[in-house]
Design a protein around this ligand. Sequence first.
Ligand code: NAD
Ligand code: IPM
Ligand code: MN
Length: 347
Amino acid sequence: MKVAVFAGDGIGPEVTREAVRVLQALGLNELELVEGDVGAMAWRKHGHPLPAATLEIAHACDAILFGAVGDFGCDHLERHLRPEQAILGLRKELGLFANLRPAKLFEGLEDLSSLRPEIARQIDLLIIRELNGDVYFGEKGIRILPDGRRQGYDLMSYAEDEVRRIAHVGFKAAMGRRKQLCSVDKANVLETSQLWRDVVIEVSGEYPEVELSHMYVDNAAMQLVKAPGQFDVIVTGNLFGDILSDQASMCVGSIGLLASAALAEGTIGLYEPIHGSAPDIAGKDLANPMAQILSAAMLLRHSFGKEAEAVRIEAAVASALADGIRGHDLGGSHGTAAIGDAVLARL
Ligand code: NAD
Ligand code: IPM
Ligand code: MN
């Protein structure tokens, strides 16, 4: 159980510290943690956000626990040197194409959701976000038009095999849940989405038990806050999934609660909270580490088949929340380490 720990920038190290304490408290004697530099801190130390030494560690490990990267002080750098390239580079380099972002309401948080309690109570969904394609990885740039105007462009594209493999992940996930899959696209406008929809329909033939539906992303954003209980599994592209998952987090109560797994066709997996480095609260003991602690649970489940240990961590987080342990993001006053302590006490 060799796990790379890439804590990164801002609140990344703060929340990762707590997740590592939780992992260590389980007393798994096969567990070995190896630290590596990513993001702005890696650029400052080594001149690159994803140094070769870090990539080497990633390749040598079974799983990665990733904090967050990002530093507004780096926004002037050429794109390939910006902190965000560390996470984008790892996703691409390791073929981490399937991003699982579950969103479920914790008991007792009904009043902390941005939605009315009776609506919030319904949320139990899984967003499956494609992570290796879309506008994220297409040709991009800023060019000068013949008349002298600057034009920015980012090519959106999906090849059919890329859609097919994420569709399979979506259908399989639905089979393990309530057997409903909603594919979110923008096929009324985008050719990329039309192909996406066609391929998802083709794949659906292999999963006759799954009820497949399609929704345009603008409507999906609306339905997510109107009636989130209608969703079981959502499968969508890279950009739409990024946006919808942040939105889903507030339906649950806070972005500080949502964990994620990024999986490949091989065995490696990367686990990270869906939030970023949160420079506005970094260093102030205001970060909620629960999203990262829950990511560690996903790591145990998906990379090592340690379901019992994953459930133990998730139950400890749920119990801490039920007992009124609240970070600042949830209107409480528990600091990062205090939340870690509360979870550890309930393990
Ligand atoms: P963000 O997710 O970092 O923060 C958004 C808001 O949520 C902020 O107000 C922040 O204080 C709050 N927040 C986030 N996580 C929290 C937590 N655990 N506890 C309490 N509050 C929390 O998004 P942003 O501000 O748009 O981006 C900041 C930087 O992070 C940028 O450089 C961005 O590119 C980067 N980013 C990185 C990742 C990643 O590493 N995977 C993900 C998202 C954003
Ligand atoms: C996320 C982040 C990243 C993304 C950024 C930091 C590249 O927002 O993991 O959700 O857009 O995928
Ligand atoms: Mn995001």
